[in-house]
Design a protein around this ligand. Structure first.
Ligand code: ADP
Ligand code: MG
Length: 322
């Protein structure tokens, strides 16, 4: 039997694994959530909405959906160098289905536990399946990894490998998930699509150690890097052959197609950041193992984005064959 609204919230959202462990937080159950900031801290907030049929396919596995919805929001905190604090959930669904809700909230709880953040409030309504998650994080006052700090001469880095999530899209649209596909390579790409890694520890380290600008790559490297260039009023040259591509993507798509996906495909939620050339980037081993980073180019004074090897302009469109 489906639960009523308040029992539903209690069973699936005000539960161990999702409850905030912070003693100074008032979570689910009152009209507002309450959270305290320590002196010298600022609050970072970000909201993302995912609509069924637009941002994820119909009949999507609810566990993977919960995980991914929180991951893409945490990625925005990572991109600013913020420490995750808590999140709220706006859930609109056509009907209350306990099996679906259990699985969805388990997916949320898996990632929430990893980053030790609590679900502190939200809203539940009836309508087409839509998920809005707002995350809160903390930052030292007047300090954040912004998009507008890149300087001429800075080196440009990305974390992880790019293009995997875009490579998974045809399978995602066919309703496949990591458990349903035949090859290890397909499984790897689907894992990257459904379970992107928010680069939280890396973001905080970059802020503390002097990265000049950063963002997370949600719409494709070339387009997103363009946001840094515009905000910082600089240009860049990229060595396209240095952009890291996974073995799985390379072997499924071949070198040319995988490079195109790495440059223009979205949904990877890796970080792209700039780093002063005079300072060697030395990530501690503990970070580098889980968050490999690769230098892919340099910030220039000329406007626009060019291929470092051919000096030709690089635009997201030039690389999109369709
Ligand atoms: P109100 O009517 O005062 O807006 P609601 O009845 O919508 O409050 O919600 C009751 C409590 O449950 C509130 O604390 C609210 O933040 C929380 N809540 C409602 N829906 C969700 C949800 N999907 N996830 C987490 N908390 C929720
Ligand atoms: Mg309400």
């Amino acid at each position: 039997m489906a639960l009523g609204e308040f029992d539903l919230i209690r069973s699936f959202f005000d539960r161990p694994g999702l409850r905030s462990s912070l003693s100074d937080v008032v979570g689910i159950g009152d009209d507002c959530a309450l959270l305290s900031l320590q002196p010298g801290q600022q609050l970072a907030q970000s909201l993302d909405t995912l609509v069924e049929g637009i941002h994820f396919p119909k009949h999507c596995d609810p566990y993977l959906l919960g995980y991914r919805a929180l991951a893409v929001n945490l990625s925005d905190l990572a991109a600013m160098g913020a420490k995750p604090h808590s999140f709220t959930l706006g859930l609109t669904m056509p009907e209350s289905n306990d099996v679906w809700l259990q699985s969805f909230s388990d997916g949320l709880a898996e990632l929430a536990s990893i980053h030790q953040i609590g679900l502190i409030g939200g809203d539940t309504t009836r309508g087409p399946l839509t998920l809005s998650i707002q995350v809160q994080g903390t930052l030292p006052e007047a300090n954040a990894l912004r998009r507008n700090g890149a300087q001429v001469g800075d080196l440009i880095y990305v974390s992880g490998c790019l293009g995997d999530a875009a490579g998974a899209l045809p399978d995602v649209l066919r309703g496949q998930n990591p458990g349903s596909v035949r090859t290890l390579e397909q499984r790897h790409l689907l894992e990257r699509y459904y379970r992107p890694t928010p680069r939280i520890a890396l973001g905080q380290w970059l802020l503390e150690n002097g990265a000049t600008a950063a963002l997370d790559i949600s719409d494709g490297l070339l387009g997103d890097l363009g946001h840094i260039l515009k905000a910082s009023q600089v240009g860049a040259e990229i060595k396209t052959t240095s952009v890291p591509v996974s073995k799985a993507l390379g072997s499924l798509m071949g070198p040319e197609k995988s490079r195109e996906l790495a440059l223009t495909g979205g949904d990877d939620y890796e970080l792209c950041f700039t780093w002063p050339d005079r300072k060697k980037l030395l990530l501690p081993d503990s970070l580098m193992t889980d968050n490999p980073v690769t230098c892919i180019g340099r910030i220039t004074s000329a406007s626009g984005l060019v291929d470092a090897e051919t000096a030709q302009p690089l635009s997201p469109r030039a690389y999109q064959h369709f």
